[in-house]
Design a protein around this ligand. Sequence first.
Ligand code: CA
Length: 221
Amino acid sequence: MNILLIEDDAVLSNGLTHILQQSGFSVSSTASGRYALQLVHAQGFDLIVLDLGLPDMDGLEVLRLLRKQKIALPILILTARDGVNDRIEGISQGADDYLTKPFDLGELEARIHALIRRCYGGFSHHVEVGRLVLDTQVHQILADGQQLKLSARETAVLEVLILQAGKVVSKDRIAQRLASTSEALADNAIEVYIHRLRKNLTPYQSNIRTIRGLGYLLETS
Ligand code: CA
């Protein structure tokens, strides 16, 4: 699951990105409403978290434009305004849920899970791609029901690829995911992880294809 976070408070944005990545989400963040409107078309997102007070545009305007462009993604609004009018305005412009600042990060995470369940039906903590099943809660990957023997970092790399299955994942994005673990990343580390993952995946008719200059693509049959 791929989340677009539109929030200009850097501390909150970093905190949210971190906590959501820990639960297995891929997160892209921006402080700009205008840039978000472009991003939404360029990348496949599953959910948007939108702050109403943005430096370049009113979040409600971003929301209105998204819906006008027929972007039907679930949108959760964050705001420091706690007026009933804003809430009504947000919902009437097509927001799916609404959270008033300050809020607990755990509550936001729970709301996101609830929204995903509501909008994508039976989404559980399991993501199935071919013969692979990722459990995003305990960060385990099974192949034909057996747990793959992978290091924490190999698991993290494969997790990103599974969550983005069928899409090309850039090396930067993988590096970003690994940056949330403690050790520093050696230059060719990602290539090494991909190489090891390929070996592990071969028996399960899954492969990680290198798309030159763009990144990696998980293919399953
Ligand atoms: Ca703000």
